[in-house]
Design a binder for this molecule. Structure first.
Ligand code: SAM
Length: 280
């Protein structure tokens, strides 16, 4: 089979298995097996693939067709222009979270350049490491309750040459974090346990601890809002990613806890997905 024929037949297979963006997935997997850039496949459509290249592809295609996330099969994910290791130890980073980081940077660039920041629930470390890379003079800490996630985050720090810039810390929310923070940023679990049945099969490959917060979904974010004042300096910034329909109760919680300059932002699908506030 040629490169083009493989792409076409894989696309049809993925369509039948209800894989989103079937052609794109086929291209990513084939490029991965051939160790090429995806765009370079277009230069060799007519090349016939030997069995030695087809066999590993077949296995990846089978796994993708049965719902394994593309990023787990590739072993990497792109986040804000950098490549991070990605596997089942932590949540697959989502495009919404890139938007959280972009919004934080665009609104507070000069203010956070030399700040003390903590990324609570750091997972693979994408938020903490992106901020450390963008702000060489900032002090960045990433916390997580999961040892597995912290290990992956540390590997990502090594790989990006940021190991001496970010400290990863095992902590239940802010418990192990020192006060005096300028910024708390968090994409904590915000899925309700009641919504488990509605999740895409790919999502169920993420660790449970990265998805579910409790029967309502906003329990951990509520707790972080409650505990934020014990760690933020006066005027410090809180930046949060939240779930669909959670903004009203969380905005009320921010108001009750003496936060000010509170505002929301929508994600690219028009859902209120981000909360920003200052404390005190
Ligand atoms: C939705 S994932 C986000 C991971 C990463 N920040 C990202 O955006 O890709 C939430 C993370 O919070 C961590 N987590 C869950 N409960 C926690 C807690 N009580 N304290 C700290 N981290 C927690 C999970 O282990 C997981 O890595």
């Amino acid at each position: 089979m040629t490169v083009l024929e493989v792409l076409q037949s894989t696309t049809v297979y993925f369509q039948k298995r209800n894989v989103d963006s079937p052609r794109l997935n086929a291209e990513h997997l084939l490029a991965h097996v051939l160790r090429r850039k995806r765009i370079d496949l277009y230069l060799e459509f007519e090349r016939t693939l030997p069995e030695s290249e087809l066999a590993p592809l077949r296995e990846l295609v089978r796994r993708r067709g049965s719902g394994e996330p593309l990023q787990h099969l590739l072993g990497t994910v792109e986040f804000c222009g950098r490549t991070f290791r990605c596997d089942k130890r932590a949540l697959v980073p989502r495009p919404e979270t890139e938007q959280l980081v972009e919004l934080l940077i665009s609104h507070f660039k000069s203010e956070i350049a030399c700040s003390r920041m903590v990324d609570v629930g750091t997972g693979s470390g994408v938020i903490a490491l992106t901020l450390a890379a963008e702000f060489p003079n900032a002090e960045v800490v990433g916390t997580d309750i999961s040892e597995d996630a912290l290990m992956l985050a540390s590997e990502n720090a090594e790989q990006l040459g940021l190991a001496d810039r970010v400290r990863f810390l095992r902590s239940n929310l802010l418990e192990a974090v020192q006060p005096g923070l300028d910024v708390i940023v968090a994409n904590l679990p915000y899925v309700s346990t009641e919504d488990r049945q509605t999740l895409a099969r790919e999502v169920l490959h993420d660790p449970e601890v990265a998805l579910f917060a409790g029967p309502r979904g906003d329990e951990l974010v509520q707790k972080l809002i409650e505990n934020g004042p014990s760690r933020l300096r006066a005027g410090g910034i809180l930046a949060l990613e939240i779930g669909i329909g959670q903004s009203e109760s969380l905005l009320a919680a921010l108001g009750e806890k003496n936060y000010r300059d509170i505002w929301t932002e929508k994600d690219y699908s028009g859902v209120i997905r981000f909360l920003f506030a200052r404390y005190g």
